[in-house]
Design a protein around this ligand. Structure first.
Ligand SMILES: Cc1ncc(COP(=O)(O)O)c(C=O)c1O
Length: 398
């Protein structure tokens, strides 16, 4: 039987590629037929430490031998340890733990609404962005700026005002005189929207607008956070502080985890009974978070993300310079998007055949989000595989 047989018993939610991955080591993974791939995707920006990391694996084994789950009726020591670390790294004050990106964003949306109600706003509204992606629950779908994935799920919650990215005048115009606004919600670098960064000046301007109006600034760092850009959180390049910051993906290096980090303006909005989750903050996920950050610090992975990211980007720019059909290469650190002038989903299949994992997002953007342990030599290997694929694809008749 081939490893990648169709799945008759799982729901038909994914158009899966015909490969089943079985194990990995560092930046390499193997499928069940023994073929080796270079991992330029990290499970969609999740496997911060790559696969089977020699420091993370024994720590998780140790934790599983002690306790996987307790529950939030009791204290979980590593919740406090991980929260303290996230507070230190972010400059914010308090953390709520959950299990995924959408859950972190759902909590952020609840914080914004309760913040609004606390100010006497009966129907609080939240500013969100075109092409944003915040998750697939009913509320995070409503916040998301992709109409296609909302189809068939209405009615979605109201209370969102949508604006274009990087246009501060549009934001001011859309919110002018609206006393119901409670928060602005954005991804520092839109991931699913095509690796689309917000400009530093725009982020500073939004911070100022939020301060002037007493709105929460909520920054979704689920994909671009946790060191991927070379700073702990991508908004730190703009030297601003959010009031609310959802995290997930890379925080647990593969163990499911989510977190909402809050600054003073949002830290005390939730009181007992307002929000909760059975699995959130469980001992296994907390240990994964604590160890991921510890190893990142020990091994200098922020600096590595910045260095190898710049190397990767420079190599792509050099190799793809002047190639007709390449519109833009953008991103920061190890979050890189190559925008082509046409839909290019097939590049994902061709890269797979050639032994490289990556994804295509927003239809026409080849996305690389490799593990943060990547070396320059491995980045060169990615470029050597990917560039001919892109060139061949673009040379084909449309
Ligand atoms: C910026 C951002 N927010 C939220 C999510 C949703 O996270 P999850 O898939 O863990 O629910 C994603 C997932 O891609 C994301 O990129």
């Amino acid at each position: 039987m081939t490893t990648a047989a169709a799945s008759p018993h799982t729901m038909n939610t994914y158009g899966r590629l015909p490969v089943a991955l079985s194990h990995g080591k560092g930046l390499r993974v193997w499928d069940t037929d023994g073929k080796c791939y270079l991992d330029g995707l990290a499970g969609i920006a999740v496997n911060t430490l790559g696969h089977a990391h020699p420091k993370l694996t024994p720590a998780l084994q140790d934790q599983i031998g002690k306790m996987i789950h307790s529950c939030n009726y009791y204290h979980v020591p590593n919740q406090e340890a991980l929260a303290a670390k996230l507070v230190e790294l972010s400059g914010m004050t308090n953390v709520f733990f959950c299990n995924s990106g959408l859950e972190a964003n759902e909590a952020a949306l609840k914080l914004a609404r309760k913040f609004g109600h606390g100010k006497g706003i009966e129907k609080p509204e939240i500013v969100v962005y075109e092409k944003s992606f915040h998750g697939r629950s009913i509320a995070t779908l409503a916040a998301t700026g992709n109409e296609k994935i909302k189809e068939g799920f209405g009615p979605l919650p109201e209370g969102f005002v949508r604006v274009p990215v990087n246009d501060i005048e549009a934001l001011k115009k859309a919110t002018h005189g609206n006393k119901n606004i409670a928060a602005v919600f954005l991804e520092t670098i839109q991931g699913e929207g095509g690796v689309q960064p917000f400009r530093a000046q725009y982020l500073k301007d939004v911070r100022a607008v939020c301060d002037a109006n007493d709105w929460l600034l909520m920054i979704d760092e689920v994909q671009c956070g946790m060191g991927r850009t070379g700073k702990w959180f991508a908004h730190q390049w703009a030297d601003i502080l959010p009031d609310v910051m959802p995290l997930a993906k890379g925080l647990g290096s593969g163990v499911p985890i989510g977190a909402v980090v809050a600054g003073p303006k949002a830290a005390n909005i939730f009181q007992p009974g307002n929000h909760g989750t059975t699995f959130g903050g469980n001992p296994l996920a907390m240990r994964a978070g604590v160890e991921t950050i510890r190893i990142m610090e020990e091994d200098g992975l922020l600096a590595n993300a910045a260095k190898v990211g710049a190397h990767l980007r420079a190599a792509l720019e050099r190799e793809l310079a002047g190639v007709a059909g390449v519109k833009e290469i953008r991103g920061q650190g190890l979050m890189v998007g190559i925008e082509l002038d046409r839909g290019c989903g097939v590049i994902m299949n061709r890269a797979l055949d050639a032994g490289l994992l990556l994804s295509v997002t927003a239809d026409s953007v080849v996305r690389l989000v490799p593990p943060l342990i990547i070396t320059e030599a491995e980045a060169d290997e990615i470029v050597a595989i990917l560039v001919p694929i892109i060139k061949t694809f673009l040379a084909e008749k449309v």
